[in-house]
Design a binder for this molecule. Structure first.
Ligand code: FES
Length: 99
């Protein structure tokens, strides 16, 4: 499914990049700009970024769930930071599209 209509990026492409980052370092904080930079793309309208954060959260939880140690205690903090980011991005998107 297309997640970013400006750059024609699918959810599966985003998941693949996120998994690549998590395999390098399971504790790094992955954010939309980092994913797009890795793909050689950049946010244009950035309206997709809240959805990209949702994909990052879902992929991160699944990655840790399937890893040997299971879901670690500290993952909640990482997810919480990502959810704060999604809220701010959604608010910013709504300000731009409503104005
Ligand atoms: S929809 Fe992704 S940058 Fe516009």
């Amino acid at each position: 499914m297309i997640t970013c209509h400006c750059n024609y990026i699918t959810d599966k492409e985003i998941e693949g990049v996120v998994l690549g980052f998590l395999r390098e370092d399971p504790w790094q904080l992955v954010v939309p700009n980092k994913v797009y930079h890795e793909m050689g793309k950049r946010g244009r309208c950035c309206g997709c970024f809240p959805s990209v954060v949702d994909i990052i959260v879902r992929t991160t939880i699944e990655f840790h769930r399937e890893s040997e140690g299971g879901i670690p205690d500290g993952l909640g903090r990482v997810i919480s930071r990502l959810e704060e980011l999604r809220t701010r991005l959604t608010e910013a998107r709504n300000r731009v599209f409503v104005a």
